[in-house]
Design a protein around this ligand. Structure first.
Ligand SMILES: CC(C)(COP(=O)(O)OP(=O)(O)OC[C@H]1O[C@@H](n2cnc3c(N)ncnc32)[C@H](O)[C@@H]1OP(=O)(O)O)[C@@H](O)C(=O)NCCC(=O)NCCS
Length: 122
């Protein structure tokens, strides 16, 4: 979990990575990403996402999945998940379920994603 704070220490941005199953392997899910309304469109979202992805890369992770606007997540290198032969458990418009291959990616994992149980409640 990565947070951004303002000068007073108030949390104004947040990005969370959770372990998820991808086929027989494992990846990370990026969700949620949230920035306080008065801080949006100032680069905070990009900062927390880049910090989370850098930590994932440093930890040797291979693949990150995200469900969101391709116009936003494309800037981080996310591409439609089917190009990595990954599918999601959600019915969403084409292109919204996306994957990012980190440098350690070697063609796997692939397959159907299974999110941790708390995600079933949202
Ligand atoms: C989406 C969100 C995380 C982006 O964070 P941010 O700090 O506002 O974004 P950044 O400043 O890093 O980047 C700004 C750019 O992102 C894009 N962007 C911002 N919000 C967007 C949105 N809701 N949809 C699509 N693109 C968006 C725009 O291109 C924007 O550039 P512009 O201001 O020049 O048009 C933030 O707006 C937010 O918390 N929104 C409400 C919650 C949400 O929708 N979360 C996403 C869950 S997948």
């Amino acid at each position: 979990s990565v947070v951004a704070v303002d000068d007073t220490g108030l949390v104004v941005g947040h990005a969370l990575l959770s372990r998820l199953r991808v086929g027989e392997g494992a990846g990370l899910a990026l969700a949620p990403v949230a920035v306080a309304p008065e801080w949006q469109r100032k680069g905070v979202g990009e900062l927390v996402v880049r910090a989370a992805l850098a930590a994932a890369e440093e930890a040797g992770e291979k693949l990150v999945v995200v469900l969101g606007d391709p116009d936003y997540y494309g800037r981080f290198g996310f591409i439609p998940a089917q190009r990595h032969e990954v599918s999601g458990p959600f019915e969403v418009p084409e292109g919204y379920f996306q994957t990012l291959a980190l440098p350690g990616y070697d063609g796997s994992p692939s397959g159907l994603c299974r999110y941790p149980e708390p995600f079933e409640a949202v």
